[in-house]
Each structure stands twice: as C-alpha cells, then as structure tokens.
Write a protein that binds this ligand. Sequence first.
Ligand code: NAD
Length: 436
Amino acid sequence: MKTQEILQTPKKESKSDSHLGNSESNPWQQAMAQLDRAATKMKIDPLVVERLRHCKRILTVSVPIKMDDGSFKVFEGYRVQHNIDRGPAKGGIRYHPQVSLDEVKALSFWMTMKCAVVNLPYGGAKGGIICDPSKMSLGELERLTRRYTSEISIIIGPDKDIPAPDVNTNDQVMSWIMDTYSMTIGYSCPGVVTGKPIEAGGSLGRKEATGRGVFYVTRELVKAQGKDLKNMTIAIQGFGNVGSNAAKIFHENGSKIVAVSDVNGGLYDEKGLDIPDLIKYAAEHKGFASYPKAKAISTDTFVEVPCDILIPAAMENQITSLNAARVKAKYIVEGANGPTSGEADRILHEKGVWVIPDILANAGGVTVSYFEWVQDIQAYFWNEDDVNHRLQDIITKAFKEIYAMAQKENVDLRLAAFMVGLNRLAKTVKLRGTFP
Ligand code: NAD
C-alpha cells in the first residue's frame, strides 16, 4: 500500500473559520449546546445532564518517534472516553494538523449520542493525533500508530474501548493498532479495533457502511415525504471513505450526483458525474484535481452549489452562520460529524431545509463496526448480504423513531435525534446510579 492511499491532504484553513465567533467555531461548545437543548425539552434530570457535560476519561499522550532522516519528533495525541454507561467506549481515531482536545471531546460526545440513537450497546470515545500525515512516510506513520497504540493501551481493549478509522486513518492503520495491542498482551485480539481489512478480522461491508447508512437514511426521509430519490440531484463534499462510498451507492441506485469535492477542489456537471469513472480516475491520479470531464468549482463555496441534497462528508463547521442562508439544497444529510453549526441549523430550519443529523446520518459506520466486533468475539463471520440487511434494519428503525418524534414534538430532526438518544441514555445512567 502506498503512502498516498492512506493519506489525504489535510484541510486547508477555511477562510470562513477565522470570522466565526468562538462558540460557533468550538465543537465542544456546539456539542454542549445541543445537549442542553435536548435536555431542556425532555426535562432530563439535571444530575444526569451534569454527568454528560463531563468526559469520563481524557488521556493526553506524547508520542515520540524516529523520523526517516534520523531525527526524533514528539507528537501530541488524545484518547477521550466520554461515557461508558451503555457499554464499552467506541469511536474513531483521526490524524490531522487541526486536531484539538475540544474537537476530540466533542467527537466522543457525539459517539455516545450516536450509539444511543441506533441503540448499540456502546458508549462514546474518540482519539486523535496532531500531525500532518501528508508530510509523513508510510514507515513514519506506522511508527506513529504503533507508539500511540502503546501509549493508549492502558485504556483500550475489546471490553473497554474499541477504536476505528476516521479522517486520514484507514484499514492499514487499524491493522497496525490490532497488531501492536496483540503483541502487548501476547495473543491475537482482533476485537480491540474495527475497520480492519477482511484478512485481519474485518467485516464484509464495513468499508462502505457509513456511505450505505447515509443512503438508507436519505431514502427513508425522501420516501416519508412522498418524493423519489431518482429525480433528485446530489452534491457531496469530501471524497474519502464516507463521501466516495456514498457517491458510489447513490449512483448505483440511480441518483444523479452533480457535484463532488475534496480538499483540493470541486467538480460540477449538471447532467450528472460518471461516478465509477471518477473513482477510478481519483485512485489513479491521487485525487480528481485535473479530471477533464467536468467543470472545476471552488471548495470555498461548495455547500452553496445548486442541488436537491447536500451531503457534507469532510470536516466540522462547513455550514455556518456565514453561508447557511445561501445553501440551495432542500435536504442536508450529515455524512461528516459536526458539519453544521447551531446558528446554521436555525437559519436552515427557518428556510425549510431538512437536516438529517450526523448522529443518525453517519451511524452506519459504527453499526457495522459493532457487527465486526461481534463477529470477532464469536470468531464467526457473516456474508455481506447479512451485514447490509441488518444495517438497513437498524438505520431504518432509528430513522422512523426519530421522524415520528420530530412530527409528534414539532421539532427538527437533530433535536428529535438527541431527544431519542438522550432519553435512552438517561434511563441507563439513572438506573445505574452513582457509585459509591
Ligand atoms: P477520509 O480521510 O477518508 O476523507 C476525508 C475527505 O474529506 C477527503 O476526501 C478530503 O480531501 C476531504 N476534505 C477534507 N477537508 C475538506 C474541505 N475543506 N473541503 C472539501 N473536502 C475536504 O475521512 P472519512 O472517514 O471519509 O471521514 C469524513 C467525515 O465523516 C469525518 O467527519 C468523520 O468523522 C465522519 N465519519 C466517518 C466515518 C467512517 O466510517 N470513516 C463514520 C462516521 C463519520
């Protein structure tokens, strides 16, 4: 595997970020505002809310590695377990120059809520290392991953906390994590991490799972409103694991994808992009910057592109108070975590835009990660149809529950999703009580 296959060019600093107020640009503050909104509406016991306003465990680690030129560098990494009341902590690991503790805390909180929304027996966690993987060799990345795994091995494990891929980490990185942890404990332990290659204990369907979940949930919403997905145009921001697989699955099901982007640029074709051709081109050319068969468009204004359905599948804070009013889409489906700020949410709601929130829209990934963990623990593997059907059941059931809550309480889908998840979680927290 080549370095470029693992690495994506990191996000350039968005021009708009610097103009946002601190609370809008800080993901942890945004996450806590979402918690407060749902807790107030559901009249959740303030003691439970107070518990959820704190992460259970926050581990900061220094990760020293030898670089290829013989020098040593020390990177800063985190593993945060937000909550483990409903089961072991679960959540991805991100490599990015803009990783921060507040970002990792917010992502771990969203994992707690996401697992509760789709009713998986997990709590929430997240990890990250501040690094620029596009400037590191494959060997440096492997050493970084192994040392980071060793540093966080005191809190991870198949019954404790199970990492997975996120931005700039993939199945090769998960294999290194599995191997390092297994070497430490003295026997093979595939259940310590999910998103592994099939040959290292991975699950069929895991690679496509987040994109597939995005598709299922979009189809359900459109159907609930008496419309047909096949007549709709789609724009997808981010063309990594989530974005490219979502594009592939929507395309296979007859939808027209008119725009895509990655960190280096965007493409637009009102007649619809040839997605299989584009995926092949992107793999061969390390991106689609010079793709000749579509018009190049800017990443800065990508979320404003004309389309029916916008799927942000890159980073946080892409739709904010600065651009929400100019969004043309009628539906936003959050493949990424935290792409819409609370201020943008309000503007979109007033405009009548439907937003399927991240904690439901991208829950396909953690759902099939859960299947992978179950298969690893039982050492018994399922076929791909089984995986996809079970995924469809879970995502559809969660969608229906949340849509019904939104109708009954006359609230947007984000608030409805938080209400469903928080209600489930609060019951467990109350039943378990406070030790000692
Ligand atoms: P990835 O590293 O595979 O891909 C990220 C993509 O986003 C790349 O194409 C990159 O070029 C692009 N990108 C980065 N900054 C951009 C920008 N400013 N504008 C346009 N494109 C940009 O990551 P991924 O695993 O696909 O994750 C994407 C998002 O989905 C993240 O928010 C992640 O937390 C979330 N998510 C991922 C999974 C999963 O299973 N991988 C599951 C749930 C949620």
